[in-house]
Structure formats: C-alpha cells, structure tokens
Design a binder for this molecule. Structure first.
Ligand SMILES: Cc1cc2nc3c(=O)[nH]c(=O)nc-3n(C[C@H](O)[C@H](O)[C@H](O)COP(=O)(O)O)c2cc1C
Length: 385
C-alpha cells in the first residue's frame, strides 16, 4: 500500500501532501514548520526564483553525469541528507529507513546528535557515506566521546552545527502543544486517533528518545529529560578556538553548518575546514535570516576555492540544485524532502524523494544543455528581480 502511494507521488510536494495525511498534525507541523512568521522558511525556497536557467543549444547531452565528489567520497548525485533529529517520531523505523535509503542511492547521510538511533546502531545500516552532526557541548567530554564513537562506527565526516545557541521560536509546535512539556489538547488527541497506521506503530514500539544520550539522563531516558539536558548543554559561548579544537580531535573531513556571512566562511576556509555549509537551519532558528541561495554567491567568493561550499535549505526541485551548483556549490543538503518521504512511506518514501530529485536533475541538465554537473556555472544563469 505504502509503496503504491509513494509511487504515485511525482514531486516533493506530492510527498509532503501524503506525509500530511499519514502522521498526526503536531508531527507534520514539527517537520514542516519554521520559526515565528516563517519568512525565512518561505524565502529559502522562493529565493531560487531570483534566477532563471538559460539553456545552451547544440550541446551533446546523450550522456548525463550527475555523480560528483563531496568531502573526499565519490557520490552518485550532488545531494546530501541534512541532519534531522528524532526520525522515529515520523515513521517507526526512523533512521533505520532513511540511512539505507541514502546508502542505496550513494548519497551522504548526516546523523543528528539528537537521533533516535545511536551512532553505533547506524554504523552498520549502510555502506554509503555517513556523516555525524555535532554541537559544541559545555561538557567537552561529550564532544570527545561522540568523536571517538564516530571513529569506531565508520563515520567518514563530521558536520559542526553552529547556529543553535538556543532552539528557535517555532510557534506551530507551541500552538500544537508539541513544545516541552507536551500538552495534548482534545483536538490533538482526536487528530492522532485519525492516523491509525502511525498510532498502531507508535503503540507497538518503544517511545523514541535521544539514543546517543541515554547514559546522560541519570536514569530518566525520556525525550523530555534528554532534550532539556541538550538545551542546557549547548555551548552559548562557542568560539573559533572550539572549532579548531574539534578539527584537531576529529582529524578527518569536517564541515561547518549554519554559516550565512562571507567573513565567517572565509575564516572557516582559512582554518582548514573542508566544507562551509550555507544554512539557516531550514528557517527554524532566526526568522528573517537570509535564504542560503541569497548569500551563496558572496560566500563562494569569500571561500575562493579553498574548501567546498554546500547549500542547505529550501531545495524542493532539481532545478534548485542546478542553480546552487551554477553559483558554485559542490552539492545541496536537504532535510524536509527526505523527511516527507520517510513520513509518507518509510524507506520506500525516502527513496522516492531521492529518485525524484535525481531524475529531475538529470532531465533538467539535458534540457539545459549541460552534460556533466561539474560543468555547471554562471553561464547558465540569469538573475531576475
Ligand atoms: C524536523 C527537523 C529536525 C532537524 N534537526 C536538526 C538537528 O538535529 N541538527 C541540525 O544541525 N539541523 C537540524 N535540522 C535542520 C536541517 O539539518 C536542515 O538545515 C534543514 O532541514 C534544511 O532545510 P530544508 O528542510 O528546507 O531542506 C532539522 C530540520 C528538521 C526539519
């Protein structure tokens, strides 16, 4: 049933619609929503409309190559799964569905620090590239512990998220009673009862929690307690020295996620970071922060080829990926497209999202007159508005 339903989704927006029908409203809104007035959330996708793609004719496009290299690994497409916490809330298999999906498509999967499957649990789920998203924790022992565990579990890269000194003000979650502590309204209870498949699995499986932190809860492993612990532990006085220390400890490919200023990107490149990930956290943190696509050109210029630049956020179409690559990104991270797929139909849904984006990229390159993703550049773009 799930496979048939996801096969009938022809674009990411169709998967979003199916996800909305499958999971309770409070869960859907947790995926779909952004901070405050959601200006940044909307702009992150709308910003791609500031560019048109201008086709070159008389180009041999009988063979299209969309494979590339990201953080030292050959990948089948310029796509990366962004880190997203608690995936077992969206589908009972959570990371156990999304990691193999990414592995089958040979695109990197980034495990969130707040994942509902542990670092060790994810290590064996696929042979594809696996990255781990890390924060600077006040207790630096946690940082050391995560790094050691990632090395042991075969993760190939780290992604340091720097835009969460505090969680953004996501009003859909507050209104839905989804903020901690959980407050279920009668309307929400009725809504949950109207999603029998999600409810069936929710009742048969243990409650999802922050699997990497269960030994930090002093006996209380509930998501509420561990989320509170995480919020307290997020370092609010993060400095470039912390970033340098992490680089020395990890001693492998390292990206920095949440960069929106050219000077920060230049500093990261100068320090030897391997990738700058241009991101506003999917519009979930500071509302009215710029869209990644809007600041990408100045960041590419500041980095000046010293490290890779990855765009994260707002991507819903293959043409969005082409535009980012034309502006100098190596690849695009995306979050919600794969979560919509996961919520809509588990691994099959997540793979459908990957298939859709890959298929669009391939077709659009042919239409654009560009046979290899490495040849995309500003010659194909026209800025409007
Ligand atoms: C439900 C959800 C959970 C997220 N959790 C994390 C997280 O744990 N760590 C992190 O660095 N970013 C997290 N993000 C942000 C994503 O990594 C990414 O920046 C964002 O989703 C990109 O925007 P997009 O969804 O439009 O592609 C989360 C996003 C969503 C939607």
């Amino acid at each position: 049933m799930a496979i048939r339903a996801v096969a009938q989704c022809h674009n990411i927006d169709d998967l979003r619609g199916l996800a909305a029908r499958k999971v309770p409203k409070m869960i859907f809104d947790f995926i779909d929503g952004g901070a405050e007035d959601e200006f940044t959330l909307r702009r992150s996708s709308d910003g791609f409309n500031s560019y048109q793609l201008v086709p070159h004719n008389f180009v041999d496009v009988s063979e299209i190559n969309i494979a590339t290299e990201v953080l030292g690994r050959a990948v089948d497409a310029p796509l990366i799964v962004s880190p997203m916490g608690l995936q077992k809330l969206f589908h009972h298999k959570g990371e156990e569905a999304l990691v193999p999906a990414a592995g089958n498509h040979n695109i990197p999967y980034t495990l969130s620090s707040a994942s509902s499957t542990s670092i060790e649990g994810v290590g064996n789920l696929s042979s594809g590239p696996k990255w781990f998203q890390i924060y600077v924790w006040k207790d630096r022992e946690i940082v050391r512990d995560f790094i050691d565990r990632c090395k042991g579990a075969g993760f190939s890269a780290l992604c340091l998220t720097v835009d969460v000194p505090i969680t953004g003000n996501r009003e859909r979650d507050v209104r839905n009673g989804f903020a901690l502590p959980l407050k279920l309204t009668p309307a929400m209870v009725l809504n949950i009862l109207s999603k029998p498949c999600w409810l069936y699995h929710a009742k048969r499986n243990p409650l999802p929690t922050l699997a990497n932190l269960v030994d930090r809860g002093e006996g209380d492993t509930s998501v509420a307690n561990l989320s509170r612990y995480t919020e307290e532990q997020l370092e609010k006085a993060i400095s470039w020295d912390d970033a340098a220390e992490m680089k020395a400890q990890w001693d492998g490919p390292l990206g920095i996620k949440g960069v929106l200023r050219a000077e920060d990107a230049a500093r990261a490149a100068e320090m030897g970071f391997d990738a700058v990930i241009v991101s506003n956290h999917g519009g979930r943190q500071l509302d009215h922060a710029p869209a990644p696509i809007d600041v990408l050109p100045e960041i590419v210029e500041a980095v000046d080829g010293r490290c890779q630049v990855i765009l994260d956020g707002g991507v819903r179409r293959g043409t969005d990926v082409l535009k980012a690559l034309c502006l100098g990104a190596t690849a695009c991270m995306a979050g919600r497209p794969y979560l919509f797929g996961l919520a809509a139909g588990g691994q099959a849904g997540a793979e459908r999202a990957m298939e859709i984006l890959k298929g669009e990229i391939r077709r659009d390159m042919m239409l654009l007159g560009c046979a290899d993703v490495k040849d995309l550049g500003p010659q194909f773009l026209r800025q409007v508005g």
